[in-house]
Design a protein around this ligand. Structure first.
Ligand SMILES: [Zn+2]
Length: 426
């Protein structure tokens, strides 16, 4: 048994502040006590310290918050971030598919996986739901690197038998390779598996049916894909499935819409589609920097809220323009403004932490630094640039948090801890 403790200003939002005003837990002089990587106490230092008289807590200067949870990101696209000039379908053809083809080489996959996970840590992201490529070994590379770092990472081989010739699998190899990867990795360390059809257009009906079978056969795995990102994509889906009322029907008929399903984007939704999401208990990854970069559209958070749909934040790198979920929260605020809504800074933090955990079905494990949860946390420095220091001097907690979301990025992440262990220092 190893007991460690951290004394800092601590902020966590373990439940949705839009539902319960007392969701915000703030300890100006707080204490976090960790045993074997798990939180055993969180509260005011003055209240808790007498219970642990032999502990000498490490004093951390800054604002301690739960580690960020990125609910949608593509590790093989790391090197193609900031690729100019296209919308979704052309961008995939021109920039992304050639980059993903390189992951047939395991050594290349190992190199990018290591860089990618270190970049997550530099940005304060401690967990993520990650697209690999169609290559089985691309998943092995990521999981091996994540296991070495003890990170809670969920990923899966991409299913795309209608993809470009260089990146095509078949329904049968999709099934065999997915089964093999689940056997090899599901539940090992802190890893989890997601059955990952790229999107409706890149899989045949036979492959989508196999994806549904795999999700049904493995009650611990997630289903991860894209939906309703771009108007041209939506039109093409309805062209392929002429009897579908909405894009979501194309997934629903194969058993892919359920409580373990996470769909990135969901921008072009009507009441029927959003209602089905809420009824099914499915989750959305809100990816504002990607949606703005590709000109895909403006996600309507209030619409998702009206139907009780679970929402987490996603960077969606390489269409997303930053690994930082601070920057992503700032862009989410702007997208909500364009939709005529105001995103509260505490709710933005919730979406990037406990909300993401809920979207991934991991509320019992991560996201809130509650007793019994794993101690993944970061230390934010609101004085990391001259401008932020000036803007936040003497500011209230809400004001500091909002300034960090609008002006902050990896520079504001002083330290990242994984299961109570220091994993990154700026
Ligand atoms: Zn994506």
């Amino acid at each position: 048994m190893t007991l460690t403790a951290f004394r800092a200003e601590i902020l966590t939002v373990p439940t949705d502040p839009a539902q319960s005003p007392d969701a915000i837990q703030h300890y100006p002089d707080g204490l976090l006590v960790v045993e074997d990587g798990v939180v055993i106490a969180l509260g005011h230092y003055a209240d808790l310290a007498p219970r642990y008289p032999d502990l000498a807590p490490e004093i951390l200067p800054g604002l301690l918050v739960p580690g960020f949870i990125d609910t949608h990101i593509h590790y093989p696209q790391t090197e193609r971030i900031a690729a100019h000039g296209e919308q979704l379908l052309q961008w995939l053809e021109t920039h992304i598919f050639p980059a993903e083809a390189a992951f047939a080489d395991r050594a290349h996959a190992d190199t990018i996986a290591a860089f990618f996970l270190d970049e997550l840590l530099r940005n304060g992201t401690t967990s993520a739901l990650v697209f690999a490529t169609v290559h089985e070994a691309s998943v092995d590379a990521l999981f091996e690197a994540a296991l070495n770092r003890n990170m809670r990472i969920i990923s899966g081989k991409v299913l795309m038998d209608l993809g470009p010739p260089t990146l095509r699998d078949t329904p049968e190899t999709a099934r065999e390779q997915t089964e093999a990867l689940i056997t090899r990795w599901q539940g090992r360390g802190r890893l989890g598996y997601a059955v990952t059809p790229r999107f409706a257009l890149t899989s045949s009906d036979a492959q989508l049916a196999i994806a549904g079978d795999l999700v049904a056969a493995h009650p611990d795995v997630l289903m991860h894909t894209h939906m309703a990102e771009n108007p041209g994509e939506c039109a093409a889906v309805l062209g392929r499935f002429p009897d579908a009322r909405h894009y979501i029907d194309a997934y629903d008929r194969f058993g892919l819409v359920g409580p373990r399903s996470l769909f990135a984007h969901c921008i072009h939704m009507d009441d029927g589609a959003m209602g089905r999401m809420g009824q099914a208990g499915a989750a959305i990854s809100f990816c504002p920097t990607s949606n703005l970069f590709l000109g895909s559209g403006l996600f309507d958070l209030a619409h998702a809220d009206r139907f009780g749909v679970k929402v987490g934040m996603g960077s969606d790198v390489g269409a997303g323009t930053s690994f930082s979920l601070l920057s992503t929260q700032g862009e989410a605020y702007k997208v909500c403004q364009m939709r005529g809504a105001v995103l509260d800074p505490f709710r933005a933090l919730y979406l990037a932490t406990a909300g993401g955990a809920r979207a991934l079905g991991l509320s019992d494990r991560i996201g809130g630094l509650q007793v019994g949860q794993e101690a993944d946390f970061i230390l934010l420095d609101a004085a990391c640039t001259p401008l932020l220091a000036r803007r936040t001097a003497g500011a209230s907690l809400a004001d500091r948090l909002f300034a960090l979301q609008i002006l902050g990025d990896d520079r504001a992440v002083a330290q990242t801890y994984i299961a109570g262990q220091l994993a990154h220092t700026r």
